[in-house]
Ligand binder design. Structure first.
Ligand SMILES: [Zn+2]
Length: 435
């Protein structure tokens, strides 16, 4: 039987369609997401990681790994020169007031370090390690520009390292490589008179300064030449710089993102990173933040590129997720692994149930898990994986072990591994159960 559509249904359909069209007309393109998201990546095969920054040249270094080396091991002292002080510094002599070695002696030591590093790496591989990595810092040097010690002694004797593929010496003194505050004064992370650097000082270089990149490139290439598989890149979030290099690049950054009309309307044609105290719009501040993210991303990409040109592949593992896990998908998006150091919180990165002392005989329990930190990687589809820096030290009221025991060790490895990252433990103290 034929039935016609009742008029009220036609009217209802028209109303719905016209409402939808009207709503579509109000739609605008969604703004680009500040934290990129990608295709969900399922859990990857886990691997074990141990941060063990003792010298791998010590006879007993691998005793700890008699039953097997972790897949990823981070040793100390694999770069032929010290990453902070350069290859011409004897800190013990400086502290004791003794004269340091002659230039020729430092060069001989550098050559020896270079020669013995491949053997340490061979031993790590023989013990089962797949990746053997070591330490650099994104921004730190140590030295005294007045007394020309530490990094400055190396700079003054740069050409002594010509036999080791060092490029031409940057023309500008390392004092000019530093990050700068808005007023032009050096910006120094932590503090200038940082005790571990005494009697020298701590300095904070800028990743947008081409002179600093000359040094970082040489350090990276030298590490790759001796066989290191990659770097743990420390302080890979510390960029607070307003130096001239950053200002120039920031102008280029804005011009690449806005039309001339927008620059006039939104920035008054002023492309500086800051217009002075309390005069910066939220948009300018946001662009400065995004510019710094991309500066760090570009720097880490260069580390990979420089190392891979020699090794074929170079593992890049920055530190800098602390309290900002979303950076797994921003500045670290093309890295292999990124660390939540989590060292300043009360409970640290040591996984498990922690007991916090209250008064004699009383304590509270705290479940210290880091699932949210690990889920950032999977949630954003980041190729980079999260790692929690798990190590003894928290809570400090556990005086006997500082939170460390064999189960905490196992959890420290298992937690990140469950999310396809590198399970981490840092044996900063020699507990019997570690053997
Ligand atoms: Zn800068």
């Amino acid at each position: 039987m034929h039935t016609s559509t009742p008029p009220y249904r036609i009217a209802l359909a028209c109303t719905v369609v016209s409402s939808c069209l009207a709503w579509l007309g109000t739609l605008q393109a969604a703004p680009r997401c500040m934290v990129p998201t990608g295709e969900y990546l399922p859990t990857q095969p886990p691997y074990t990681y141990v941060l063990d920054r003792r010298s791998p040249h010590g006879a007993d270094y691998f005793d700890r790994y008699r039953t097997g080396c972790p897949t990823l091991i981070e040793t100390g002292l694999l770069t032929p020169g010290h990453p902070y002080f350069g290859p011409m510094c004897d800190l013990a002599a400086l502290r004791a007031g003794r004269p340091e070695k002659a230039t020729e002696e430092f060069v001989r030591q550098y050559r020896e370090n270079r020669t013995r590093a491949p053997e340490a790496i061979r031993r790590a591989r023989a013990a089962g390690a797949k990746w053997v990595t070591t330490y650099i810092c994104m921004m730190t040097t140590g030295g005294d520009p007045e007394k020309r010690t530490g990094f400055w002694r190396f700079y003054d004797n740069w050409d002594a390292f010509k036999p080791f593929h060092i490029p031409d010496r940057p023309p500008s003194d390392p004092e000019n490589w530093q990050q700068r505050k808005v007023d032009g004064a050096p910006y120094i992370a932590y503090r200038r008179a940082h005790p571990p650097y005494s009697p020298m000082f701590r300095w904070t270089n800028c990743v947008n300064n081409p002179n600093w990149l000359v040094y970082q490139r040489w350090v990276t290439e030298e590490a790759a030449r001796v066989g290191a598989d990659g770097f743990f890149v420390d302080n890979a979030g510390t960029l607070r710089c307003y130096c001239r290099c950053c200002q120039t690049r920031f102008g280029e950054w804005l011009r690449s993102r806005y039309t001339a009309g927008e620059l006039r309307e939104l920035f008054d044609d002023d492309l500086s990173m800051s217009r002075g105290r309390d005069r910066d719009s939220d948009l300018r501040r946001a662009e400065v933040e995004l510019f710094r993210q991309e500066s760090i991303h570009r720097f880490l990409g260069k580390i990979r590129e420089w190392g891979a040109a020699i090794r074929g592949r170079f593992f890049v593992f920055p530190n800098g997720l602390h309290r900002c896990g979303y950076h797994i998908a921003t500045r670290f998006r093309d890295c292999d692994l990124a660390m939540h150091e989590n060292s300043s919180r009360e409970y640290g990165g040591n996984a498990g149930v922690l007991r916090k002392h209250v008064i004699a005989g009383l304590h509270v329990k705290h479940l210290n898990d880091h699932l949210l930190a690990f889920k950032y990687a999977a949630g954003t589809g980041a190729r980079c994986r999260s790692n929690m820096f798990s190590y003894p030290g928290h809570p400090k009221t556990d005086l006997a072990n500082l939170g460390a025991n064999a189960k905490a060790y196992a959890l420290g490895v298992a937690g990140p591994a469950a999310f396809g990252g590198g399970g981490c433990y840092a044996p900063t103290r020699n507990h019997a159960w570690l053997g």
